[in-house]
Design a protein around this ligand. Structure first.
Ligand code: VGL
Ligand code: ZN
Length: 210
């Protein structure tokens, strides 16, 4: 079964050093997505990436809240916010893309999480749905109707990117072998896959595109 990639874009979510082996918020086996993305991206006329890009004073960092530790929750401007270790600080090595990931041909990179007062899991909107990153308008302006989502983390930024893509009217695919989850709780990635599928995402393996 060949999937028609006309009017399709690949979205590479947050494949950044801090989410990879040795990084500040390493996703178990996260590095395994790199060769899969490198291989599959050649099939797409349009490839975009998102980049978690936080100022040092970002409200999602436990270290920025006295008496709080990683894994605690706070109310951040009305949004229940899980507190993370310091990660993907703007212009840091950890916020960069790994050398092994071939990003030379990407059409555009969308930074997110730049506002210290709100986190931004989705590549489309912040978690308060106040501001857009510009990704939706860019894709629609390019005539894109289908998106294929890859990257990290399956249970956070990938999940919310997929759910928003569906809300925005894109036919949305998740490449299951091109994503890995954080699993703050052991079943989070499985639950995320189920939630995405229930909402209408089509789960495929990358070899369906090769
Ligand atoms: C992410 C937690 C915090 C992600 C970003 O890219 O999934 N997760 N910031
Ligand atoms: Zn982040």
């Amino acid at each position: 079964m060949a999937i028609n990639l006309n009017k399709s874009a690949l979205i590479v979510v947050d494949v950044q050093n801090d989410f990879l082996l040795g990084g500040a918020l390493a996703v178990a086996n996260g590095d395994e997505v790199i060769p899969v993305i490198n291989q599959v991206q050649d099939k797409f006329a349009l490839v975009v990436a998102t980049q978690d890009w936080h100022p040092a004073n970002h409200g999602s960092f436990a270290a920025n809240h006295e008496g709080k530790k990683v894994g605690d929750f706070i109310n951040l401007k009305g949004v229940n916010q899980y507190l993370w270790p310091i990660h993907c600080v703007e212009n840091s090595e950890g916020a960069g893309f790994p050398k092994a990931l071939q990003g030379q041909t990407w059409n555009k990179i969308f930074k997110k999480g730049t506002n210290p007062e709100v986190d931004s899991y989705s590549g489309f909107f912040d978690n308060g749905k106040i501001e857009e990153t510009g990704l939706s308008d860019f894709l629609k302006g390019e005539g894109i109707e289908k998106v294929f989502v890859t990257g990290l983390a399956a249970d956070y930024c990938v999940k919310f990117t997929v759910l928003d893509a569906l809300d925005l009217g894109f036919e949305t695919y998740l490449l299951t072998d091109a994503t890995k989850g954080v699993n703050v709780s052991p079943n989070d990635t499985n639950d995320a896959l189920t939630e995405m599928e229930k909402k209408g995402a089509i789960l495929i393996q990358s070899n369906a595109l090769l």
